[in-house]
Write a protein that binds this ligand. Sequence first.
Ligand SMILES: NC(=O)CC(=O)C(=O)O
Length: 282
Amino acid sequence: MKNTLTVAQVQMQVVRNKAENIASACRLIRRAAAQGAELVMLPEMFCCPYENSAFRPYGETFGGPAQQALSALAGEKKIWIVGGSVPELEGERVYNTCFVYNPGGQQVARHRKMHLFDIRVEGGQSFRESDTLSPGNDITVFDSPWGKLGLCICFDLRFEELARVMALQGVRAIFVPAAFNMTTGPAHWELLFRQRAVDNQLFTFGTSPARNEQETYVAWGHSIVCDPWGTVLHQCGAGEEVAVTTVDLTRVEAVRQQLPILSARREDVYFIGQKGKKDCAI
Ligand SMILES: NC(=O)CC(=O)C(=O)O
């Protein structure tokens, strides 16, 4: 198993033209590959404005143009691509979906956002993904030369159970294409990436679109990498950037050994209901 991983996070500017977004993503992925990235990661909704009215018209069925472009580029550059997310059309439904490609250009994972982003913060951000999107129902963990890796999308990161299940399945890093906003970004973005990293003693990678003040939904930016100790190894600003970070994955096993919280959990007492009569495991 490989222990050193160089990741490039493409914090790209998303515009209103889908083909232009795909072209920008490909240009920036090429730049990342030239800088030595072994795995390149795109943001949530990298080829579509983050807007309910846009999800269906910008959507694509399985094997659509955004997916074809990423698969071809992964094969050409012999890199892994965590393809941000696209609106995926299936029948009447639209999903917020991340596809992962290996250096052979094969799709090796697909995560459909499980927790839809429905919030209404007084004096701040409101959004209702459930007006147009359907939730996925699967936890996504995939094999790689660096061991098992986990995948979730933006709002999914707020659900600690999901990250914990992935950690218990053996993942060493969780990749999160995301687009926090000007209300929740300053309050929770760094906190959540550090928190999930510390709780589960693994690496977290969050990749956002660049901020565009002209859009209806303004992304926070600040793409981030945290290590299993909760240290922020890199955090971008708000503008367009390709951030390349090399991580030592043996930190996962080292931190778990030195501060053994995962193995010290008391599963015998963590449940709701009467002792000895489990109604609901947590
Ligand atoms: N956009 C999201 O899915 C989540 C988000 O912005 C937040 O949790 O805050």
